[in-house]
Design a protein around this ligand. Structure first.
Ligand SMILES: [Mg+2]
Length: 290
């Protein structure tokens, strides 16, 4: 049986600059004002952060409103424009990791996933994402059947909700399986029969919503890397106080994925290490059988 390694990324500020802010700015909306004043006002009234921003977007959709007539299709078209904004080295990273894994054994494969509190329709508009990721999980809007414009929150991904999708990946449940049965993630799967063990996972994220995923992956033998922007004091503070001091990640880095950048170099070594360990474990298990 072939075995699989999974690299799971948060989206915004991990793979590329915040796509929702880019969307707002592209329609002439001040993203600072949106997050720091308007979203903050809803948080002060007790809104969950993800629900707050999704509602603020929906409030602005319509022919005469700031975001105009937005449908999931137009969100996808916007997503297609983001392909050139990915952080340095992302594209070469994917190529190199596949080569590294194939070089260790043809019994191994590597898959890439995104679990994000951002907008799934935007992610799925990217040709690079469509080509390289096995599945993406993000917030979804439902459309008005009459106008075709986005109207309702269909799915919001917040904090521990992100871990639900790690369990789906772990158990080998596809987005199609979940569409057929929203409760399928709860099925009982024996630890040994899970498609991708947590120890074969690497999780990368930059935000507070990533903390439950960091903890789940790390506690179960996988690797978690935190992303931060060294030039921004608030980002460095979050990385230090919330990720490093609380021991939730192995280390934190700027989002640079080239071979010679810290994070890019560590990811290539970490994947080789997981691949080699998986083959040793496998040989031992086979030896015990005979
Ligand atoms: Mg993020």
């Amino acid at each position: 049986m072939s075995q699989t390694i999974a690299i799971i990324f948060d989206f915004d500020d991990t793979l590329l600059p915040d796509s929702t802010s880019e969307l707002l700015e592209s329609r002439g909306i001040d993203s600072m004002e949106f997050w720091r004043t308007e979203a903050k006002a809803l948080l002060d009234r007790g809104y969950d952060p993800t629900h707050a921003y999704l509602n603020l977007i929906l409030d602005r959709v319509g022919d005469k409103k700031e975001l105009g007539p937005l449908s999931n299709k137009t969100l996808g078209e916007f997503g297609a424009t983001l392909d050139e904004t990915f952080y340095p080295g992302v594209k070469s990273l994917f190529r190199d990791l596949k080569k590294i894994v194939a070089g260790v054994s043809d019994q191994l494969s590597i898959e890439f996933y995104i679990i994000s509190g951002g907008l799934q329709a935007v992610m799925d508009g990217s040709a690079f994402i469509k080509e390289n990721f096995t599945a993406t999980y993000g917030c979804q809007f439902g459309e008005c059947p009459k106008t075709g414009l986005i109207k309702n929150i269909k799915r919001a991904i917040t904090f521990t909700e992100k871990t639900r999708y790690l369990f789906e990946i772990n158990k080998g449940i596809t987005p199609g399986d979940t569409q057929e049965n929203q409760y399928v993630v709860n099925i009982d799967v024996n630890e040994r029969e899970r498609r991708i063990p947590f120890k074969n996972m690497i999780y990368l994220g930059d935000g507070h919503t990533d903390v439950p995923c960091f903890s789940l992956v790390k506690k179960n033998g996988g690797i978690a890397f935190g992303i931060f922007r060294p030039g921004e004091e608030s980002s460095a503070r979050k990385a230090f106080l919330d990720f490093l001091r609380t021991d939730r990640v192995l280390s934190t880095h700027a989002p640079k994925y080239t071979k010679t950048a810290e994070l890019g170099a560590l990811l290539r070594i970490a994947v080789r290490n997981i691949a080699e360990r998986t083959m040793v474990d496998r040989k031992q298990a086979e030896a015990e059988l005979y």
